[in-house]
Design a protein around this ligand. Structure first.
Ligand code: NAP
Ligand code: MG
Length: 503
């Protein structure tokens, strides 16, 4: 990727045609509400595109076409190997359009272009390919019975699947959900965040080009109102939601008020990195920690935003982390050497700044950063607060920005107590060179993923999701992801029914 230059990015950007309408029934469609919203480039504050927003009746139209294609069997009843072939073509087309999609994602979200080229776009493609490859190798089960019965346990697609996505990994979250939802034969209505709608629309075009039948993948555009219409729709069988805990709660209510659709929630996190006195090389730990809090400008539900460190090594590690954060290059996201771009938008930037003020006001020690940069766009410095205590707001609430808190632990038990002292439970890291402690303590941390001696969310092969208020109802990634989008059916056949005389 070293050959990709700033000028390449600029010339691709100049040639882009911005999608501007919802994608329903295999093509762009005029939204009926007659209103539009703006997609803004967070690096400049300039408007990138005006996109027509859907009304609840457009959501109805999208669900109706998804339901009709599901029932027609054009996708749901295809031979699994044919669905696989089409989805592999979809993944291939994403890779073929890598540079265009990466520039679009970077412009729309502020992500550094190198991340888009090496992570967001290729991982979206490989995730879809992985689920495509898996699904024609999954067998149903036969229950143990006596010889007079056959008990089959089969998995069936649900029907119309609603996917409601956040803005922090627009393409990758779409890939995490579209891969298993489509591979298992469902039809989909996807609502991207209104702040990052563009790549989802391009993906839908590529899906049709790959041969996914029109109406199997629909994109509805707009704000929370569109998510609400999807959440309340009686023909939607499951909503897989990734976003804030607050909006996640609303989806439970939409389900209660409508058809008791299944709700899968992947929500926020306030994840701890626990560093014990016998941690490995502290330069390495500092690099991992800087990566965890700064990648995607800290706008990552899985970032380790609370460092909990044994007091014997706290000063040394804090110094190294501040130095490591200082090495991250902030700048124009389309410049390939940039590692830190802007945060996603004006409101989010304002919100992060409130936390920066709160941290100072509540008595934390600012070790570095702490300000928005005086330049166009929404750039926040890499920030580390030291001497943070559990009563402080910055310790408790998800900031979703490049802001790390450091808290001292007296001993291992205290460290685990601090790690678990949160309403969230998405991910955690644990650093120790004692294999016994690694095993024992990783089991005592209440989180869906615990990485030991590194910062990692796992890979496509391992399930991802939260404990406590970080969510429930299913997992993304791994074969577990297929369970979100399928129903278990038992078919019980009596093999010894008495014959009817004469038949
Ligand atoms: P958000 O505000 O909850 O929005 C998520 C989605 O819900 C967006 O598409 C949003 O639409 C829609 N929405 C907003 N209000 C709604 C309503 N009243 N009814 C129905 N839908 C509604 O979250 P976000 O700010 O985009 O993303 C940040 C959050 O996501 C953080 O808390 C982060 O931790 C979490 N997250 C979790 C994971 C995970 O895997 N656990 C991954 C990534 C992010 P609009 O934005 O267009 O209005
Ligand atoms: Mg944008």
């Amino acid at each position: 990727m070293t050959s990709f230059t700033h000028n390449d990015a600029l010339s691709i950007a100049a040639a882009l045609t911005m999608p501007s309408r919802p994608f329903i029934g295999g093509d762009y469609r005029i939204a009926t509400a007659g209103r539009s919203f703006k997609s803004v480039n967070p690096a400049t504050g300039e408007v990138l595109a005006e996109i027509e927003g859907c009304s609840p009746s457009d959501v109805d139209a999208a669900v109706a076409v998804a339901k009709a294609t599901f029932e027609s069997g054009v996708w749901s009843q295809k031979h699994p190997s044919e669905r696989k072939a089409v989805l592999l073509r979809f993944a291939e087309l994403i890779n073929k359009n890598l540079q265009e999609l990466a520039v679009l994602e970077s412009l729309d979200s502020g992500k550094p272009i190198t991340d888009c080229l090496t992570v967001d776009v290729p991982f979206t493609a490989s995730t879809i390919a992985w689920h495509a490859e898996a699904q024609d190798k999954l067998f149903s089960r036969i229950a143990p019975t006596d010889s007079n019965a056959l008990g089959m346990i089969v998995r069936e697609p649900l029907g119309v699947v609603g996917l409601v996505l956040p803005w922090n990994f627009p393409m990758l979250m779409a890939g995490w959900k579209l891969g298993p939802a489509l591979a298992t034969g469902n039809s989909v209505v996807l609502k991207p965040s209104q702040m990052t709608t563009l790549t989802a629309l391009r993906m839908a075009e590529l899906a049709v080009e790959a041969g996914i039948a029109a109406g199997v993948l629909n994109i509805v555009t707009g704000s929370g109102e569109v998510g609400e219409a999807l959440g309340l729709h009686r023909d939607v069988r499951v909503i897989s939601f990734t976003g804030s805990t607050e909006v996640g709660r609303m989806f439970l209510d939409y389900s209660r008020r409508s058809n008791l659709k299944r709700i899968v929630l992947e929500l926020g996190g306030k994840n701890p990195a626990v560093v014990l006195a016998d941690a490995p090389n502290l330069d390495f730990v500092a690099e991992q920690q800087a990566f965890s809090i700064l990648t995607n400008m800290g706008q990552n539900c899985a970032s380790n935003s609370r460092l909990i460190v044994h007091r014997a090594i706290k000063e040394e590690l804090a110094e190294k982390i501040v130095a490591a954060c200082g090495n991250w290059k902030l700048g124009d996201p389309l410049e390939p050497s940039t590692q830190l771009g802007p945060v996603v938008g004006a409101n989010h930037c304002k919100n992060i700044k409130k936390y920066l003020e709160k941290g100072r006001a509540e008595g934390a020690t600012l070790a570095c950063g702490g300000n928005q940069l005086d330049r166009p766009g929404y750039f926040i410095e890499a920030t580390v607060f030291d001497r943070v205590t559990p009563d402080m707001t910055i310790y408790r609430e998800e900031i979703f920005g490049p802001v790390l808190t450091i808290t001292e632990a007296r001993d291992e038990d205290h460290a685990i107590e601090l790690a678990n002292d949160t309403e969230y439970g998405l991910t955690a890291s644990l650093y120790t060179t004692d294999v016994g402690k690694a095993h024992k303590l990783s089991r005592r941390i209440n989180a869906g993923t615990v990485s030991v001696n590194c910062y990692s969310e796992g890979e496509i092969t391992t399930p991802f999701g939260g404990f406590k208020q970080s969510g429930f109802g299913g997992r993304d990634n791994g074969l577990e992801a297929h369970e979100q989008y399928t129903e278990v059916k038992t078919v019980w056949i009596n093999l010894a029914a008495p014959a009817r005389p004469g038949v």
